[in-house]
Design a protein around this ligand. Structure first.
Ligand code: ADP
Ligand code: MG
Length: 675
């Protein structure tokens, strides 16, 4: 019944149904879950004398005059004047007056609600009305105020909702366990749906909204829980390397592990030998030293006779991992190779053969590593770096098809607030690296006005003179007609042919060929280039300890988390580093304040929380592919407490097929093998 198209509701024709579709309302079920953004509580009356323009208020009084006028645009408008016992007066205006005019005459007593305007006097345009001396019309004291779209008014939406509730609410099915409903003061879900739209008072409405938000999160967490259970039942791979493997590996490192790294390595060692396939997220701020942990996992796996796939999101990063991992693993007699989109046919063939005969242990690369043609017969562990844009569906597709099931280690430098992580990574266990390796220089972050350019560039030259290196990042790759922003390509030419010419300037953009990108990065790494002009392609992964300056131009165009990632490219050596966030001409006060958050802290989690608050979850977890459905009711920002509750509830209950069906109804397809 709830899947009934809204077109079949009374009062909905093709035009209205198109308008509703804009609100993502297609079925009656969708409509019932279109919850009010707020409520208008008409029990609280403000004396007219005390009204404040701009506020939503309710006034109660008697009509003292009425009449029809022509507005400036020639439209006819019906206006009445209302007086209350504070002897204040306010005008009520109606453009659709035919129905109202007959009932609103001198002597009528009403409660009028709406936003208070001031045009030469107090007024409300199209107030909601309660006729106090006409009991033939039912007027709830608490009114829902809905998110709307052009063509639909509050009145229309309320009418639609009333008739949808009347006819369909008895058909809604139960989702949350009864005791949970009870704990919020409800007996049945139908009651919750009714109350969210027409509550006895606003707190009751908010309570109902909470239940619906919780249920929405619960549906999602139940799916994650099923994924977890399914995964834990898969045939496992037991990694049992010779006992001295880890200590040998650690002895060969040029440094000691930090406590956080050591804890992570111990956890992973433990899990690789358990009877459940590992699914772990290693979360650590940029520069916290995740790579060496991945290397340790590789060493353990290979010493036990298994092969490892390491996947990075870009060719540049894959190449860097190849170099770093090889450096740590080859001394252990572990053989590594690199496979990316740029690998030639004959190289691929030889990689395939080495994999098959077991003479290749660790294959590092981009997504090419997961192509069907790449067969890794002894795959025991998959390591995915920086893949926060990889949703649960993609993770499952990768693992579910492989028997036995390889262990999975995901590394992310995106600090995600805990509750958001429970949503994005609800199917994974999380290890946090909350400590930086010792012996790093400080990073000084400064937000700079546009006119301080000279100052910034002279600081830059000072560092370059000392043989250090710098990144300059622009929001755009190339000049754009629409946007008045600096771009990397134009600026590269200007800088190279101008003041920075003698330091060797390189350009790195996403549009360049993979081989060109690799070439310019390796020249920057080796020091042949001292200044790398770029876009956000350098956001992840580059590890050049000599780089001590990061200049971000038009910094207000970037998210805080993104800027934090960019800043993570410097401060990797023993020298102090400088991060200059240059404001553009369009940078407003709010943006400037946002930027100052970066200057005040280097704690990625705090920055991410601020970003979540200011720009929403898409900014932090990537927009499309993160695998989180679009929640209709729950907010990942303000409903943090409900996320925790939902996750607890889901892990304690068996998710029956009706939940799965409800999930599909709400969020559309779900492409997870075995679910
Ligand atoms: P990320 O977590 O951002 O991937 P990396 O693994 O690239 O960080 O490590 C950053 C730098 O820190 C590398 O140059 C690495 O060699 C160094 N490093 C990692 N762990 C330690 C440690 N325990 N002591 C000193 N330096 C370390
Ligand atoms: Mg890294």
């Amino acid at each position: 019944m709830l899947e009934t198209d809204v077109r079949y509701l009374k009062g909905v024709g093709p035009a209205r149904s198109r308008q509703l579709a804009k609100l993502d309302i297609h079925t009656v079920g969708d409509l019932l879950l279109h919850v009010p953004a707020q409520y208008r509580d008409r029990r609280v009356i403000t004396p007219i004398r005390n009204l404040i323009p701009g506020e939503e208020s309710n006034v109660s009084g008697t009509v003292v005059s009425s009449g029809l006028w022509k507005s400036r645009k020639g439209k006819r408008v019906f206006q009445v004047e209302l007086e209350d016992n504070s002897s204040g007066r306010i005008k009520l205006s109606f453009f659709n007056w035919k129905y109202i005019a007959g009932r609103l005459q001198p002597g009528s007593e009403v409660i009028a609600s709406g936003k208070i305007d001031f045009f030469g006097g107090l007024s409300i345009v199209h107030p909601d009305l309660i006729f106090l001396n006409d009991e033939s019309v039912e007027s709830p004291l608490v009114l829902p105020v809905y998110p709307l779209t052009a063509g639909i008014t509050q009145g229309i939406m309320r009418k639609l909702m009333t008739s949808a509730i009347e006819k369909y609410v008895s058909h809604v099915c139960e989702i949350l366990p009864a005791e949970v409903l009870n704990s919020y003061g409800f007996q049945r879900r139908a009651e919750v749906v009714r109350e969210v739209h027409f509550p006895v008072d606003p707190p009751q409405g908010e309570q109902a909204r909470k239940v619906l938000a919780l249920e929405e999160l619960f549906l999602f967490q139940s799916i994650l829980n099923r994924v977890r259970i399914n995964a834990s039942l898969r045939p496992r791979i037991l990694i049992a390397p010779p006992p001295d493997t880890l200590s040998t590996f650690l002895q060969k490192l040029p440094y000691e592990l930090t406590n956080a790294q050591e804890k992570a390595v111990r956890k992973i060692t433990d899990e690789l030998s358990r009877d459940i396939p590992m699914r772990r997220l290693l979360q650590g701020d940029v520069g916290s030293g995740k790579t060496v942990i991945a290397a340790a996992a590789c060493a353990l796996c290979c010493a036990a006779g298994y092969q490892v796939a390491v996947v990075a999101p870009t060719e540049v990063l894959a190449a860097q991992h190849y170099k770093t991992l090889r450096g740590m693993l080859e001394p252990m007699g572990i053989r590594c190779d690199l496979l990316t989109g740029g690998t030639t046919g004959s190289q691929r063939k030889s990689i395939s053969e080495s994999l098959k005969e077991g003479s290749l242990d660790v294959l590092i690369g981009t997504h090419a590593v997961f192509e069907d043609t790449v067969i890794i017969p002894g795959l025991g562990l998959c390591i995915i770096d920086e893949q926060h844009k990889f949703g649960v569906e993609q993770r499952e597709k990768l693992l579910a098809g492989r028997q036995p099931c390889p262990h999975l280690l995901i590394m992310s430098a995106t600090p995600i607030p805990r509750t958001l992580a429970m949503t994005v990574y609800g199917d994974l266990d999380i290890t946090l690296i909350d400590e930086m390796p010792p012996g790093r220089g400080k990073i000084h972050t400064r937000v700079m006005d546009r006119d301080k350019r000279t100052e910034v560039y002279s600081s830059l030259q000072e560092r370059l003179e000392l043989g250090e290196r710098a990144y300059i990042v622009y929001p755009l790759r190339e000049a754009s007609e629409e946007l008045d922003l600096k771009d990397a390509t134009t600026s590269f030419h200007v800088l190279r042919d101008g003041p920075l010419g003698k330091y060797n300037v390189g350009l790195l953009t996403g549009a360049m060929k993979a081989s060109e990108k690799l070439d310019v990065t390796s020249r920057f790494t080796s020091g042949q280039i001292s200044v790398l002009v770029s876009t956000t392609v350098i956001e992840v992964g580059l590890d050049v300890p000599e780089a001590t300056v990061m200049i971000v131009v038009n910094a207000e165009r970037f998210g805080l988390s993104q800027l934090h990632q960019l800043r993570g490219r410097i401060g990797r050596g023993i020298n102090d580093s400088w991060c200059f966030l240059m404001k553009g001409s369009q940078c407003g006060i709010e943006s400037a304040q946002r930027l100052s958050v970066l200057a005040s802290t280097e704690n990625g989690f705090r920055i991410a929380e601020k970003d979540l608050e200011l720009r929403g979850p898409g900014e932090i977890i990537g927009t499309k592919q993160h695998g989180i459905p679009a929640f209709r009711i729950a907010s990942l920002i303000t409903d943090a407490e409900l996320i925790e509750k939902a996750s607890e509830l889901a892990s304690g209950s068996e998710s029956g097929p009706h939940l799965l069906q409800e999930y599909r109804l709400r969020f559309g397809h779900l492409d997870i093998p075995g679910i």
